[in-house]
Write a protein that binds this ligand. Structure first.
Ligand code: ATP
Length: 216
């Protein structure tokens, strides 16, 4: 589904990623590990076309039957999102003044009802919080909402930046279960994480060291 070849990324003159290659297929979970500053967030941003300048190839095929693969490396972020790339940034970027339901509706594309129902099935804790402003939720609840909101766009690929960082253990387990359910649904998941919550269920684990991929 996603076949990244020799991706380089730059902040101004400083190079942050060096010839990074990876593949994530439908129904696969690939975990991206590495210390602070290794380049995990940069890689996810480069895949989304955000903030960082990049070169290399990002071949994407939405599904088996779909035409392609196509190289989306030069596409604008919104076009990548429309094509099926979903991104949940580390800082979540929720609309904190809006309620849970409003955050979901803001993101709604086609099939809003069915997608909202599926998202709330995956995160039942959100069902009791629909009228709650996002600002008044715990970090874990906000993370669930951030993932649920991204699901409203109907992604085929999910890029998640440290989804369980700093979150209470009971909510970590819910998030983990929900992401594994999405994997079973056939989504391609690329998860950056420093702890090893997802590695046991990963199809592959990549280790980033100073912007380069090694084997872990
Ligand atoms: P963390 O877990 O701390 O987020 P990370 O593995 O995600 O770490 P990145 O945030 O991708 O690492 O950072 C990779 C490198 O790029 C670091 O050297 C960092 O200082 C640099 N960097 C990140 N963002 C910027 C930016 N906006 N401008 C310049 N350099 C940046």
């Amino acid at each position: 589904m996603l076949d990244v070849q020799k991706l380089n990324a730059f902040y101004g003159p400083a190079q942050a990623l060096f010839d990074v290659s990876l593949r994530v297929g439908a129904g696969e979970l690939v975990v991206l590990q590495g210390l602070n500053g290794a380049g995990k967030s940069t890689l996810l941003k480069a895949l989304m076309g955000l903030e960082v300048r990049s070169d290399g190839r990002i071949l994407y095929q939405a599904s088996q039957g779909a035409a392609g693969p196509v190289d989306i490396q030069r596409w604008e972020t919104h076009r990548r999102a429309l094509a099926g790339l979903g991104y949940v940034p580390e800082d979540r970027r929720l609309f904190t003044g809006l309620t849970v339901r409003e955050n979901l509706r803001v993101a709604a594309g086609r099939d809003a009802r069915a997608r909202e129902a599926r998202a709330l099935d995956l995160f039942p804790a959100l069902k009791t919080l629909l009228r709650r402003p996002a600002a008044q939720m715990s970090g874990g609840e906000q993370q669930m909402l951030a993932i649920a909101r991204t699901l409203m766009t109907g992604p085929r690929v999910l890029l998640l930046d440290e989804p369980c960082e700093g979150i209470a253990p009971v909510l970590v387990e819910s998030i983990r279960e929900a992401l594994l359910a999405l994997k079973r649904d056939g989504l391609a998941l690329l998860v950056a994480e420093q702890n090893r919550l997802f590695t046991t269920r990963a199809d592959r684990t990549l280790l980033l060291v100073a912007g380069k991929v090694g084997d872990s």
